[in-house]
Design a binder for this molecule. Structure first.
Ligand code: HAM
Length: 523
């Protein structure tokens, strides 16, 4: 996970020895011996606080299992007893783990997050999209749809102190719709907008699925044709290529709600049975075929129609499906054929996989791609190795604004989460090596020269250099190590004979060469 991937053992350095012992022992599966070992090992003064935090840590270990197999549990255990070590006060140590399913971002984790968000922002800008933002807390009614979607059951919702029903957004699309409605006719169309924001879903956690995640969204408002979907897919594949992922690693399944509708129309299933038929067909993986056929028959679907529906939904080629559907498929397949032609123009057609099957397309609630609002083309990025959940997903939603009481405006967009992509980059060993970004470290050799060191820092920063000033008296050896750990290019020493000559000693940390540079020539 983005928040827990890059934490190095160094970030846990500085544990007091009794705390380290507690942390190590608390990973043991034998709580009774563990408790005895601890109570004899730590000082009398530490005992009370340690026993309390250890009991909590052991309990936590027994209750929780690492949701993603990335060593999170061990880190959580170490943090549970507190990196600051047990305190001698009678107060119980606060639980230092974040709420289950959520993440902390230590500075080393932020480097990766900033890199990923930077790539997303760069792609959105390459495509001429404009950034927008909305609150994480929204009115609950924005997300409560009647379709029985999973996303509604997973809402983090509550009543605020003013008695209003509010929710932490599980997705951003309804907020975008609210903004579009808010502008009304004043919004120049088409609008192309992007955002990266945190979303909350009370979900069962698996690898790459958490209770909060960040989502990159790009949406096009006001374009009815598949030119919009093609542009969005071009942005997604551009991002993948930038981070080193190829069409051999990732595919994008594409279908359309209209394809499903055309299949059902071709076999005379009335539109009101659409959702139910989809849910039944979706059971094919779990139930024997005759049971599925019996359930369809109970809905009045004939054996011939069942046969036709099942073979149509297993088609993996547009031409094959076109032959089966005849004129009924003209509209739906026309969109997809046009999308493929545009993809060839952009050069990303090798990423696309036509897939009419309902397993990915329809959720338990019978809604397309898990969300009730999709009306046309839908797509989902998947890892071809089949190890991970959906990497990204989106589609056309031309009727969402209407459901909020406004005038419908054609829209298409996608959401791309931060969790699965990081897992994929990790599997493919494509995670960038990111170090702290500092150019210069400044150390004073004589505390009376600290104001001078401050003026040098100010001068260098004004010139755009990233400068870290050592703020306390430290030994030279510490300063070198610190400068190297920060990835700095230079260590500047203010003091000694150089200072008397109006200069500072500049140590180049790559070549290890030291030169004397007059202060007025520093850059
Ligand atoms: P979605 O398929 O529900 O679509 O989510 C989009 C992406 O968000 C997923 O493919 C996945 O990368 C990420 N994601 C979703 N839930 C989680 C989770 N619990 N943990 C980690 N990552 C997650 C939507 O949300 C639509 N609103 C997308 C959209 C935008 N459609 C049109 N415009």
């Amino acid at each position: 996970m983005l928040g827990q991937l890059t934490r190095s053992p160094a970030s846990l350095a500085g544990l007091r020895s009794s705390t380290q012992l507690v942390a190590r022992l608390s990973q043991s599966s034998r709580p009774v011996r563990l408790h005895r070992a601890i109570t004899s090992a730590v000082s009398q003064a530490d005992q009370e606080a340690t026993a309390a935090s250890t009991a909590a840590a052991v309990q936590q270990q027994q209750q929780s299992s690492s949701p993603d197999g990335t060593g999170t549990q061990q880190q959580a255990q170490q943090r549970k007893v507190g990196a600051a070590g047990p305190r001698t006060s009678s107060k119980e140590m606060v639980d230092t783990s974040p709420p289950r399913g959520t993440r902390d971002f230590y500075p080393e984790d932020m480097r990766l997050r900033n890199w990923l968000f930077g790539e997303w922002a760069a792609v959105a800008q390459l495509f001429g999209f404009e950034q927008f933002d909305v609150p994480v807390l929204e009115s609950e009614e924005l997300f409560v749809r009647k379709a029985g979607e999973e996303i509604t059951d997973q809402l983090y919702n509550f009543q605020d102190k003013g008695g209003r029903r509010v929710a932490l957004r599980p997705e951003i699309t309804p907020s975008l719709a609210r903004l579009v409605l808010g502008k009304g006719k004043g919004l120049a169309l088409p609008a192309k907008w992007w955002i990266v924001g945190q979303c909350w879903r009370y979900e069962r956690m698996t690898r790459g699925r958490r209770r909060e995640h960040y989502q990159w969204n790009m949406d096009i408002v006001g374009v009815p044709g598949v030119e919009a979907e093609a542009e969005l897919l071009a942005a997604i594949t551009t991002f993948f290529s930038r981070v080193g992922i190829s069409a051999a690693d990732v595919g994008i399944k594409v279908s359309s709600r209209k394809v499903l509708a055309a299949v059902l129309e071709r076999y005379s299933v009335p539109p009101e049975n659409f959702a139910q038929v989809c849910v039944i067909v979706d059971k094919l993986e779990k139930l024997p075929r005759d049971k599925v056929e019996a359930e369809l028959a109970a809905l009045g679907v004939s054996a011939d129609a069942t046969e036709g529906i099942l073979s149509a939904l297993s088609c993996r080629s547009l031409d094959q499906l076109g032959e089966l559907l005849g004129p009924a498929g003209h509209d739906a397949l026309g969109d997809l054929r046009q999308l493929w032609a545009l993809a060839a123009g952009y050069g990303f057609q090798e990423w696309l996989v036509f897939d009419a099957s309902v397993e990915w397309l329809v959720s338990n609630a019978g809604v397309v791609r898990g969300l009730a609002y999709y009306t046309g083309v839908v797509f989902e990025g998947f890892d071809r190795a089949g190890q991970l959940r959906a990497i990204c997903g989106g589609g056309r939603y031309d009727k969402l604004l209407g459901t909020f009481g406004g005038e419908d405006v054609p829209c298409a967009g996608f959401g791309f989460g931060d969790a699965v992509i990081v897992e994929l980059l990790k599997d493919k060993q494509l995670l960038p090596a990111l170090t702290q970004q500092v150019d210069d470290v400044i150390m004073v050799m004589d505390e009376s020269l600290r104001p001078a060191a401050c003026s040098i820092a100010a001068r260098l920063r004004a010139a755009g250099r990233r400068v870290d000033v050592i703020l306390e008296a430290k030994k030279m050896k510490w300063a070198f190590k610190h400068a190297e750990r920060s990835g700095a290019a230079r260590l500047l020493l203010v003091g000694g004979g150089e200072w008397e000559r109006g200069a500072v000693a500049v140590k180049d940390l790559a070549s290890r060469e030291q030169t004397e540079v007059p202060v007025d020539q520093l850059a």
